[in-house]
Design a protein around this ligand. Structure first.
Ligand code: DQA
Length: 144
């Protein structure tokens, strides 16, 4: 079972960036939490972050034939990127969308999610725990 966790722009700034919205946990803290869960549950996880849309598209394409599931927080690209949606459709790997904050209660420009059309599930407003929920969902869904 191999899961790829992809984070978009500014997620590397967790802990520094708007802590009242995204919390005080750092990006390293996020990676440590995911890796600890993966080790305890026998899941192979790779965590990737990029501030560049094309690099995220490249990473999704490179997952083809290698990963069983994708957890993706496209960050601001959620609301703009048809290219990331198309990349997910291209590889046909089951995916879950994650947002640390509750995007549904935020600005109107955050109400559109292009990747939602493809993703099996969206976890929003659960903080860093949302990534764990997404991994859990995918590992159970893929097993079935
Ligand atoms: C985010 C929400 C997005 O609207 C925002 O642009 C982000 C982070 C979240 O995790 O809550 O960068 O995806």
């Amino acid at each position: 079972m191999k899961i790829l966790v992809i984070n978009g722009p500014n997620i590397n700034m967790l802990g520094i960036r708007e802590p009242e919205i995204y919390g005080k946990n750092t990006y390293k803290g996020l990676c440590d939490t995911i890796n600890a869960y993966a080790n305890e549950n026998g899941v192979q996880v790779e965590i990737y972050q990029s501030n560049h849309e094309g690099e995220i598209v490249d990473k999704i394409q490179s997952a083809y034939g290698i990963f069983n599931g994708i957890v993706i927080n496209p960050a601001a690209y959620t609301h703009t990127s048809i290219a990331i949606l198309d990349a997910l459709k291209s590889v046909s790997i089951p995916a879950v969308e994650v947002h640390i904050s509750d995007v549904s209660s935020r600005e109107s420009y955050r109400q559109i999610s292009y990747v939602r059309e493809y993703c099996e599930k969206t976890v929003s407003g659960q903080g860093i725990n949302g990534y764990i929920q997404a991994i859990k969902y995918l590992t159970e869904a893929i097993k079935d």
